[in-house]
Write a protein that binds this ligand. Structure first.
Ligand code: NDP
Length: 252
């Protein structure tokens, strides 16, 4: 029997960017824990396929997390249709790899909008209801790169470092109203976003050698930490980033 502190059955959760990869795995974890889940992404077809794959208490809400008006309309519509959100996972994100001297200005704005502004926009809309109801859980998907960086991913690391501080800022503003905001920091996880790295054997063996756990992470590796941060077990945890990285951030 599981401990009641981890019981989140009956809660309603929105996971942004959940048509594939980490978001889809996190949505599956919440569903298996008894939540009603709302999947999000920009492509309605891909979302419908993901919902079918999961089955059960799954809904979809297609909107672009970088567009304030679409976010406001999308959250309002989802809450009307599915119910008030108890849990929000700000997961949608992207990667653009290029040396800083060659990094184009439009790309800088795109990655900032997708990885950082999105969490502000979606977080703010979801928190309106959570603050009014006096409870809620928000989990921002940060990264190993909230702490450390490698050549060619400076802009990505800048967005994830800023997301760590936005997590703390949300905790400061919404914690008093009973909303806990924390971050989940994945290490190197095999998904579409990291496919070029996985396929590069030199890089891939560097990851395995550099990670105390000796392997790449799987999307399912992140579910336990999410369930903790989404459940009453973390009611007195605020503004923390929980790194799930096989130990990588701890060792040189
Ligand atoms: P994927 O590229 O596999 O999936 C990204 C998801 O986000 C897709 O469902 C995509 O759907 C959606 N998405 C992208 N842009 C938008 C948008 N503007 N509006 C709505 N949805 C959007 O990424 P991962 O699963 O690998 O990564 C998920 C999160 O985890 C990201 O924040 C990433 O930075 C973070 N992370 C990943 C790591 C890894 O090793 N993979 C490590 C550390 C952090 P669609 O294109 O249809 O909109």
């Amino acid at each position: 029997m599981s401990h009641p502190l981890f019981d989140i059955s009956g809660r309603t959760a929105l996971v942004t960017g959940s048509s594939r990869g980490i978001g889809l795995a996190l949505a599956r974890g919440l569903l298996e824990a008894g939540c009603t889940v709302v999947l999000n992404g920009r492509d309605p077809g891909r979302l419908a396929r993901a919902a079918e794959e999961l089955g059960g208490a799954v809904h979809t809400a297609a909107f672009d997390v970088t567009d304030g008006a679409s976010v406001a309309a999308g959250i309002a519509e989802a809450e009307e249709r599915v119910g008030p959100l108890d849990i929000l996972v700000n997961n949608a994100g992207m990667q653009l790899r290029a040396p800083l001297l060659e990094f184009a200005e439009p790309d800088w704005h795109r990655i900032l909008d997708t990885n950082l502004t999105s969490a502000f926009l979606v977080g703010r809309e979801a928190a309106r209801g959570m603050v009014a109801r006096g409870r809620g859980k928000i989990v921002n998907v940060c990264s190993l790169q909230s702490e450390v960086v490698r050549p060619g991913i400076g802009p990505y690391a800048a967005t994830k470092g800023a997301l760590k501080m936005l997590t703390k800022g949300m905790c400061a503003d919404w914690g008093p109203a009973g909303v806990q905001v924390n971050g989940l920091g994945p290490g190197y996880i095999e998904t579409e976003l990291t496919r070029p790295l996985v396929e590069d054997e030199t890089f891939s063996s560097w990851v395995r050698g550099r990670t105390p756990a000796g392997r790449w992470g799987r999307t399912e590796d992140l579910v336990g930490a999410l369930l903790f941060l989404a459940s009453p077990a973390s009611d007195f945890v605020g503004g923390q980033i929980l790194y799930v990285d096989g130990g990588m951030t701890s060792v040189l």
